[in-house]
Design a protein. Structure first.
Length: 266
């Protein structure tokens, strides 16, 4: 199996640089925010963080391609870094501390590109999570000061905690009835949103989560962290990995039931 630890170390260096840039502008009174064509916000900090990461990758991994939320695809080849400079921009611009930089390395293989390294860094929460293929998933302050992640062993919906982002997307897709049926069957529901529920699944604090509409940069880092923690990450169509435009993550034991409810009336 290839050794991805050098790439993981680089991803931490990239996250450190992004953390410094994003934290510096968090809650800044003069933060500039624009509206993109899809009506989602983008701040100057989003752009600056992605530019910073791209610049460091150009020097450290000049042969690798890069896909970022703000500046698209650059380069070609079997290795591609996937960047979301600030996942949770709406939180960021309102001063809510639940936002993170998502960094993933994907490699070409059977079934297309698949994530092999992922780092999720949430400096306002003081948290970071990471994983590399075959290496496991961890959380902590550094590679040497880390705790291994492991999903829960909850096997019954009645005992399960389910996390989601919002209701509107499920309604727009005609999946709201199944979604609400699921919420009635589980022990607990919470709308943590964005990257956080996936990290909670990886930690074993939450048993399953799902979102109806996502981009690759929203999912790639989350997917490798959840799976290396022993969980399952698919699209709502049950396709493994971050390629379906939506996501469902769980401890694995509850995954079929999770997908069953979210697809039951679709």
């Amino acid at each position: 199996m290839p050794d991805y630890l050098d790439d993981l170390r680089l991803a931490h260096v990239l996250a450190d640089a992004a953390d410094a840039a994003t934290t510096d502008r968090f809650k800044a009174l003069d933060l500039k925010v624009e509206t993109k064509p899809d009506m989602t916000p983008v701040s100057e900090a989003d752009k600056a963080a992605e530019e910073l990461i791209r610049g460091q990758l150009a020097r450290a991994r000049p042969r690798d391609a890069i896909l970022g939320e703000e500046y698209g695809v650059e380069g070609t080849g079997p290795r591609r870094w996937v960047i979301d400079p600030i996942d949770g921009t709406k939180n960021y611009v309102r001063g809510v501390p639940v936002w993170a930089t998502l960094i993933s390395l994907m490699e070409a293989g059977e079934g297309g590109f698949q994530p092999v390294v992922g780092v999720v860094s949430a400096p306002a929460l003081g948290r970071r999570w990471w994983a590399a293929k075959g290496y496991g998933a961890f959380t902590g302050r550094s590679l040497t000061k880390a705790t291994r992640l492991q999903v829960s062993r909850v096997g019954k919906l009645a005992d399960a905690s389910f996390a989601y982002s919002s209701l509107s997307g499920w309604e727009e897709q005609g999946r709201l009835d199944g979604f609400l049926d699921l919420t009635r069957e589980v022990w607990r529901t919470r709308a943590y949103g964005d990257f956080w529920p996936y990290m909670l699944v990886a930690e074993g604090a939450v048993d399953m989560c799902a979102e109806p509409e996502l981009s690759l940069w929203d999912m790639a880092a989350n997917a490798i962290i959840v799976t290396e923690a022993g969980g399952t990450f698919t699209g709502l169509d049950s396709r493994p990995g971050p390629h379906s435009g939506n996501a469902a993550a769980s401890n694995g034991l509850l995954h079929d039931e999770l997908l069953g409810y979210l697809n039951q009336r679709y």
